[in-house]
Structure formats: C-alpha cells, structure tokens
Ligand binder design. Sequence first.
Ligand code: NAD
Ligand code: 0WE
Length: 258
Amino acid sequence: MSLLEGKRALIVGVASNRSIAYGIAQAMRREGADLAFTYQNDKLRGRVEKFAAELGSDITVPCDVSSDSEIQKVFEHLKDHWDHFDILIHSVAFAPREQLEGAYLDSVTREGFLMAHEISSYSFTALAGAARSMMQGRQGAMLTLSYIGAVRAMPNYNVMGVAKASLEANVRYMASDLGPEGIRVNAISAGPIRTLAASGIKGLRGFLSHVEEVSPLRRNVTTGEVGNVAAFLCSDFASAVTGEITYVDCGYSTVGAT
Ligand code: NAD
Ligand code: 0WE
C-alpha cells in the first residue's frame, strides 16, 4: 500500500525542479496522492503547469501570498475540481535581498522585517484559514518549511531567522486550533539546499561545506529526502504527530563540537 493513496494535496511554493516543494510533490505523487499547485506569478506559470502535468495534475492556480483576494480565489478555483482535500504544503519565504547580508542590526529595517514576516510566516496562517473549511472531516495535515536559523543566530540569515521563529510558533498555535478538527500542523526544518531561494546567497557554499564537515552523516540533505519525510508527516502513519518541528538535516542540529 502507498502512504498517501486517496489523499489530495495542494502544494504552494514550486519555482523550479530544485524547489523543496518539487521534491515534496514528487514524493507525494509516488505515494499515490493527487496534486494541485499554485504559482507565484505569470513568470512561473508555464513552468509550474509543466511540472504539474508531469506529476499527473492539471490543477494550477495563481497565488501571490501577499494578496488576501488571491488566497481566497485559490480555494474558489480548487472547488471547481475538488470538494475537499487533505494536505496543504507551504514552502514559501521571502525577505528583501539586502536584509540577508552583513550584521543583523546593520541590515534590518522596519520594511524588511514586516515583509519577511508577512511572506514567510503570516502567509501560512492566511492559507490555513482559507483552506480550513475544505479540510474538515478528514485526517488532514498542513506542513511548512523552516530552517535552523529560527533557533540559532546564523550569519547573514538575519531577519529571516526571526521570521522562521515566528513561523515555528505559528505551527504550534495553528496545531492547537486545528487539532480538535482532526487537522495536524507540522514543520520540517531542512538543512541548506541549493535552490533558487538559496542561489546568490553570500556564503551559501560555506554553509553547505560546514554541514558536510560536521553533520553526523557528513553530507547535505536532498529535496528528495525532505520530500520523503514530508510524505510521512502528512500520512496517517504520523496521526499522533502535531505541532512539531522535525529536523531533516543529516543530524547537523544535534551536534556541538566534532
Ligand atoms: P524556492 O525558491 O524553490 O522556493 C521558494 C518559493 O517561495 C518559490 O516558489 C517562490 O515562488 C515562493 N514565493 C516567494 N514569495 C512569494 C509570494 N509573495 N507569493 C507566493 N509565493 C512566493 O526555494 P526553496 O529553498 O525550495 O524554499 C522553500 C522553503 O524552504 C522556504 O520556506 C525556505 O525558507 C525553506 N528552506 C529552504 C532551505 C534551503 O537551504 N534551500 C533550507 C531550509 C528551509
Ligand atoms: O530560507 C532560506 C532562504 C529564504 C530567502 C531567500 C531569498 C533570496 C532572494 C528569503 N528571501 C530571499 N530574498 C531574495 O531576494 N534558506 C534557508 C536558504 C538560505 O538563505 C540564507 C542562508 C540559507 C541556508 C541566507 C543567508 C545565509 C544562509
């Protein structure tokens, strides 16, 4: 039996075949789920439609998560295809580029702080609120992506770390609200991966080689490995797991000096 047979998943955050959301979509499809996708803007539309088709889906909907009306429309559109669904994947983050360089206090601004929190944390709340009614009466699951910068100060990650701390708290509050409705809410804290969001980040290479040197598994994690854990956490095998942050980082977060 496949892990996600008979489940329907909405995936928010595919931008390329390197996206963590793409690794999650592949794993979920392999495990028998039916998929739907959103794309941020027209620039990404064609690409996401192609990925969707490859993964057996013809449901693609625009959604810039900074817009309440676009978020509402996603679920109106989804209702044309599905009367309910089971899984919501949130794999979205953004801070203005100049916030992710240099010392935290030198780079952070009111505007950058608000933008990082809005796109990277509040958007999960907003999507969950809009998805909620279509996820009733099933063993539903929501999942977002975090990073260790939420709980440890990492060079250059800066305000994104503060926004990820907000996102992780969001997971706990949402899990508390939605648990009585049978909906679980969790996060995966992934190790660094060279995706679009990570390309051009100063010092990413250093982060990747540090993990290779000190993590117990002495290597970096892949989007496929994040996808496998995502499939498990959103499956009924994880039916008693909610409000949790699961590290998928080759053990990096568990060691001190090596
Ligand atoms: P990615 O660039 O492939 O994905 C980021 C996604 O965010 C893109 O699909 C982009 O369209 C979307 N996005 C940004 N602003 C948006 C907006 N206003 N509206 C709608 N969508 C918007 O990069 P990724 O690394 O796969 O990132 C996915 C998630 O994983 C993020 O939350 C990121 O913080 C997290 N994460 C990444 C790493 C890493 O090292 N790559 C590690 C841990 C966690
Ligand atoms: O969460 C992230 C990256 C999120 C991100 C990336 C960008 C790049 C383009 C958010 N906003 C933007 N804004 C842009 O203009 N990661 C976990 C990957 C990442 O980002 C870092 C890292 C790592 C790892 C930034 C600094 C240091 C390490």
